[in-house]
Design a protein around this ligand. Structure first.
Ligand code: PEP
Ligand code: MN
Length: 636
């Protein structure tokens, strides 16, 4: 049952209530939500809800209708986010686990770890105890395999996961893995579930070959009831009459489970399909359907793999898969998880101490332009998801630069380019005017607009719409259908929602992201009103830094002008072509105060062997005028 506590419950009443429930045979978990704090009480016993309701500090008691209690969304409304140090599973980032089916040797797992890490995987997998159908097949290297896996994870900074097949192995696994994997064949091995649950460590629970979703969630309930809170569910295909693929991926289980449970859901397209060239399309399907992450088998030489070679990706296929996931993620409002490269370390100290923080504010202060809830704030939250921060809302773009320069904020987040409207020139110009600030990262956000009104307002009653001029333009088709509405430009989208909230006039609506409506207690009248759904904004993260390049940089943004002579731009381009640098953007802009002269904005990919890039920069310096590196950073 769910016991909703009074906001003002005294600590001693809470303790007494916990004791009362424990004495009655319940297991009690406290769940602190944004709106309320609850006790989740589960146990074998029945109790008259009224007995609990009369305890001091109890607001109400709600029974949980599902047989799985701790795993159900009824108990916990917010998604569970599993903290693996630098990696968080279950948040807005898609986590990719990759590695060989089996650890075959130290060199094989090292080689695989390096290549999957370079392509963007953040967790390393590798089986050491293999539950094989045939007793004559390779059974895994056992504890030796776990040691190799752990060493590879440590060398490449990746948490590791491996499958445990017996409760007796718990102690060995504890020393070697970050996440225990319970395989499909063991999903209902209840002694194993109890033993692994009791470790309190993160677990990936695969769906059994013939398990219903309810049976799968009941298995998760075993783990939860025995002590771990950090469970990832992994759909890996079920047995059906179809024989073309190894199993049949139940893709609809993703949204179904996400509705029923707060636990993150992964998909393993390797075991689901059993066929290498089916892995990529199915993996993308899983991401599109809302999976929190993927587990993929990769082998440096799949044709030589000791297990599951036919479904293991070649390294180049994995690299392509990662690029495709990266492109797809913003469509579902997510971003690919990366192993952070400690950007904070490269940041110069603020010139002066920041302003005193407001009550309850903790963490690094990060400036953005707009009202609370602006797209820039969403980008900021996406980028700094793993860190503790407090956003600082600034009225103008320039204020963001000033805040970072003056040390009021350590970072600033700014829109630099929209896929439909082009560059945000004001920010490019400001980047030139603030040479102490550098781009240290970027993130892309899909722009989805909603029409937002005061609660109870209806479309028929709207007479005026407020929003940023660009947002109004981006909803042109929809607004034309309502030609009578008066359109009023506002300095930003979130601010327009704050404005209509202040006014409280049902005839006035605003255009912004649907999330902003909730922040200001407003209602979404119509979702997805943007004319072109392929609308993305690229944001850059600024910091004061003395570093020339961020660790792991793969993109540089440059600005230069050229001498006024034939072939000048061609000469600059030739430097980059000769160094085999891939140009991602080239744009010219008038130079302020020098009519009919232009500067060029260039984004160029930095190859993993740095030399081509550094040599090209030196050559460019000699070829162009006023070369400035706005930043060399990790692009997503
Ligand atoms: C595995 O991931 O190595 C594995 C054996 O998977 P499953 O339990 O899903 O068959
Ligand atoms: Mn396998």
């Amino acid at each position: 049952m769910i016991i909703v506590l009074d906001r003002a419950i005294r600590e001693d009443d809470k303790d007494r209530l916990r004791q009362f429930l424990t004495d009655k045979g319940f297991q009690v978990r406290e769940i602190v939500g944004e709106e309320e704090t609850i006790f989740g009480a589960v146990g074998l016993v029945g109790i008259d809800a009224r007995e609990v309701e009369i305890q001091p500090g109890v607001v109400r008691v709600i029974p949980i209708s599902k047989p799985y209690k701790l795993a159900s969304r009824e108990l916990k409304k917010n998604d569970t986010v599993i903290d693996l140090g630098p990696i968080k599973i279950g948040g807005p980032r898609i986590v990719v686990i990759a590695g060989p089916c089996s650890v075959e040797s130290e060199s094989q797992v090292m080689e695989t770890a390096e290549l999957v890490r370079n392509s963007g995987a953040v967790i390393l997998r590798g089986g050491a105890f293999k539950p094989r159908t045939s007793p004559y097949a390779f059974q895994g290297l056992g504890e030796e395999g776990l040691r190799y896996l752990k060493a590879a994870g440590e060398r490449f900074g990746m948490p590791v996961i491996s499958e445990i097949v017996s409760p007796h192995q718990v102690d060995v696994f504890r020393d070697h893995v970050d996440v225990y994997q319970i395989g499909a064949r063991n999903m209902q091995n209840y002694e194993l579930l109890k033993a692994v649950g009791a470790t309190g460590s993160p677990v990936m629970l695969k769906r059994g070959h013939s398990a219903t979703i309810e049976e799968w969630l009941m298995a998760a309930e075993y783990l939860l009831a025995h002590g771990t809170e950090n469970i990832v569910l992994c759909e890996r295909g079920i047995r059906t009459f179809e024989t073309y693929t190894r199993n049949t991926l139940d893709i609809s289980s993703i949204p179904v489970v996400k509705k029923l449970s707060h636990l993150p859901v992964f998909v393993d397209p390797s075991h689901a399909t059993g066929i290498r060239d089916k892995v990529l399309p199915v993996a993308l399907g899983a991401v599109a359907a809302g999976a929190d992450g993927l587990m993929i088998e990769v082998h440096p030489r799949p044709e030589k793999a000791l297990s599951d070679g036919p479904q293991s990706l070649f390294p180049v296929q994995f690299e392509k898969l990662m690029r495709d996931i990266e492109a797809l993620s913003p469509v579902v409002g997510k971003e690919l998880s990366r192993i952070p490269h400690a950007p904070a370390k490269a940041i110069g100290e603020p010139r002066r101490a920041g302003k005193p923080r407001g009550a309850g504010e903790t963490g690094t202060r990060i400036a953005f332009q707009g009202a609370r809830g602006a797209y820039s704030e969403m980008a900021l939250r996406r980028y700094f998801h793993n860190e503790s921060f407090s956003p600082l809302a600034c009225r103008h773009f320039r204020d963001v630069f000033e805040a970072v320069l003056e040390g009021e904020a350590i970072y600033g987040v700014l829109p630099i380019e929209n896929s439909l409207a082009g560059s945000v020139h004001e920010n490019y110009d400001l980047l030139l005017r603030y040479p102490d600030l550098k781009i240290i990262g970027e993130t892309k956000l899909r722009v989805e607009h909603s029409l937002i009104g005061v609660p109870g307002a209806t479309l028929d009653g709207i007479t005026a719409v407020f929003s940023h001029p660009q947002a109004l333009a981006q909803c042109d088709d929809y607004l034309r259908e309502h030609a009578a509405w008066e359109l009023t430009p506002f300095y930003d989208t979130a601010g327009s929602v704050a404005h209509i909230a202040d006014e409280g006039t049902p005839a006035h609506a605003a255009i912004a992201n649907a999330q902003v409506a909730e922040m200001y207690g407003m209602a979404v009248l119509k979702e997805g009103i943007e004319t072109n759904p392929r609308n993305y904004t690229r944001f850059v993260v600024l910091a004061r830094t003395d570093e020339a390049e961020m660790p792991d940089a793969n993109m540089a943004s440059l600005v230069f002008s050229t001498p006024d002579q034939p072939g000048a731009l061609f000469a600059a381009m030739k430097v980059m072509a000769d160094a085999s640098l891939n140009l991602k953007k080239l744009e010219s802009r008038p130079i302020a105060g020098r009519p009919w002269q232009y500067m060029f904005y260039v984004d160029v990919e930095i190859p993993s062997s740095r030399k081509g890039y550094t040599d090209a920069l030196a050559a460019l310096e000699a070829t162009v005028e006023d070369l400035r590196v706005l930043g060399a950073y990790r692009a997503n």
